[in-house]
Design a binder for this molecule. Sequence first.
Ligand SMILES: *Cc1c(COP(=O)(O)O)cnc(C)c1O
Length: 335
Amino acid sequence: MAQIRLDRSALHHNFRLIHQRSQGRFAAVLKDNAYGHGLTLIAQELARLGVERAVVRNRHEALQIASLFPWILVLADHPRADGFHYAINELATLRHAPRRSRVQLKIDTGMHRNGLIPEELEQAFKLVKERGLLLTGVFTHFRSADELGSDLFWQRERWRQVKERLFKLIARYHLPPPTFHSANSAALFRAGIDPGELARVGIALYGYIEYPPSLPAPALKPVLSLWARRIATRHLDPGSRIGYGGVFEAQEAMVVSTYDVGYADGLFRSMRQCAAGAILGRMSMDSLVLAGRALEVPIITDAKRIAHDLGTISYEVLVKLAPTLPRSFSQTPSI
Ligand SMILES: *Cc1c(COP(=O)(O)O)cnc(C)c1O
């Protein structure tokens, strides 16, 4: 059966680089099944390494790892008074949050996706007080940390100005100091974090960063690899065609095998190459064809290379991997 192998030593290596760069001040972003790696496997390993903070997409994910981290931030779900921290993506949410909910205000400093605008802060603090909410964090998200240019730096400047306003409001409303956080992986390695802040690190944990070639990148190692097993082998005569539409034609006699992974597992049907070489003909739902007869072949060992061929980013290749694929740690590097 096709399976995902996780390289424990690569995860430890990435963790060490992130730990060094952030001086231990980071939350591990585990949303969307830990970027396709497997939520509980990655969460358990990071908890063993001493990580205390995790970021997830919804309460369902938070519940699966609740016992492993004292601090879990839920990015997009309705706040509850259940001990998790809930991101507040618009003002109206504060009016419906139950008393004693832990809330973290997301501030829109230029991405214009989610978050309160700085002009709404006063109103937000009023609601926090009136409704008896626990304000545990304030954060923002950078839109261009992995792109060339000065965009990241002006946005950070704007965030610093917002923080000045926040410090005043916190004092005026007599609130305990919340945690501040802004940097994702790209911003952490490019610009570091301001004193007292946390970073929220996702993709770098898994071994990738999407910098343009001219920006120096940290030496991260991919954690995940995808392997497939042989289903059947056949000899083809010259002129034989393979798969739907017969788009591949053997030019000479050759041996080919089908392998038990396809686009139902999260691969892209438009993939022409995998880690083991050229994909012959069209990929099927549950299988693909490669030259040779190896019992097991690597399909993905470097998500960035595959993403590049497909015109996308490592994140998309990773998160699409079906949750039904078995996942496990291999002690030794699998490649
Ligand atoms: C996904 C996400 C992150 C992590 O970003 P990476 O680029 O994977 O490090 C950080 N913050 C927020 C709000 C996110 O949604």
